[in-house]
Ligand binder design. Structure first.
Ligand SMILES: Nc1ncnc2c1ncn2[C@@H]1O[C@H](COP(=O)(O)OP(=O)(O)OP(=O)(O)O)[C@@H](O)[C@H]1O
Length: 280
């Protein structure tokens, strides 16, 4: 798979030297090539089956809402895409045509998750510089990065805070710093696992705006969340897991054609009695 315009992606899947820089969002690609491909994925922790024969494909320029009840396997699937967990050999799991867990696939992904594992002894600017040095070393040109970091901190409502230690940041600021790092890395794939919780409305709008421009420039996103209103605004596609089974995989346009929302979908699937529309 190869996007047009020579935008810095790998030249040929599973062949040739790995590119030193997988950041690529300078040219939009209108061709909607598959970026993340999962085929016949079964996964279990010790004896417990967690994912059952999951097959899905996420195209370039798409934002996939990965939804489902607690414990349905969303984070497990995200960890497999990132190569944190190894998929069994019977499954096909690739990013940009490269096996999940390979160097190219790992470098193509920015992951925004809980705040718990962040190196809070770094400043926000140091965290961003460190993140970019792992993902796209050739992009870390210090003066330019300092300016870009200051700009994005201002855009996300944290003007001037980038040189303070992250241990002094609030919960929402830590999440915004992760999003800032993902956006500055220009990663082809951004995975957000519940990372937008606890962010104030102004920053949420700024983040959604930034995520839209990532999509418009040819990026691909997976967002795991129980915030269905946000997913309705951001997602182009929906995958719903239930006990590790992929029970729905469709576009948001198809959903809207049935005058439904993502919340309607999950409420209907789970057979819940949703009387919130009748509330005063
Ligand atoms: N390291 C682990 N060892 C054993 N079981 C695990 C491990 N991590 C997760 N699980 C189990 O795998 C199942 C799926 O968990 P996962 O975190 O993928 O669900 P999730 O859909 O992301 O849930 P949530 O909405 O609560 O974040 C759960 O039953 C969970 O208990």
């Amino acid at each position: 798979m190869r996007p047009p315009h020579g935008v810095g992606w790998p030249t040929s899947p599973r062949e040739g030297p790995a590119p030193s820089d997988t950041s690529m969002l300078e040219d939009p690609c209108p061709h909607h090539k598959p970026v993340v491909e999962i085929e016949h994925l079964n996964f279990q922790y010790s004896d417990s089956p967690i994912l059952n024969d999951v097959t899905l494909s996420i195209a370039q320029g798409s934002c996939l809402a990965l939804i489902g009840p607690n414990g349905s396997g969303k984070s497990t699937l995200c960890k497999i895409v990132q190569g944190i967990l190894a998929a069994p050999k019977t499954a096909t799991t690739t990013v940009l045509g490269y096996p999940c867990g390979s160097r190219v696939a790992c470098r193509a992904i920015s992951y925004c998750a809980d705040n718990d594992h962040l190196p809070q002894f770094l400043t926000g600017a140091e965290f961003i510089s460190y993140t970019l040095s792992l993902r796209c070393p050739s992009r870390v040109k210090k003066p330019r990065l300092r300016g870009a970091t200051a700009d994005i901190f201002e855009r996300l409502g944290m003007a001037g805070r980038q040189d303070e230690l992250m241990e002094t940041y609030s919960h929402g600021m830590l999440k915004k710093t992760q999003i800032a790092a993902a956006l500055l890395a220009h990663s082809p794939v951004i995975i957000i696992d519940e990372a937008l919780n606890g962010i104030d409305i102004e920053a949420q709008m700024a983040i959604e705006d930034a995520l839209f421009s990532h999509i418009r420039q040819g990026g691909t996103q997976i967002i795991c969340s129980h915030d269905f209103a946000m997913l309705d605004r951001c997602a182009t596609h929906i995958a719903m897991l239930d006990y590790g089974n992929l029970v729905e995989f469709s576009s948001v346009d198809e959903l809207r054609a049935n005058r439904a929302t993502i919340r309607d979908l999950i409420v209907g699937y789970m057979g819940l009695n949703d009387d919130t529309n009748g509330r005063d």
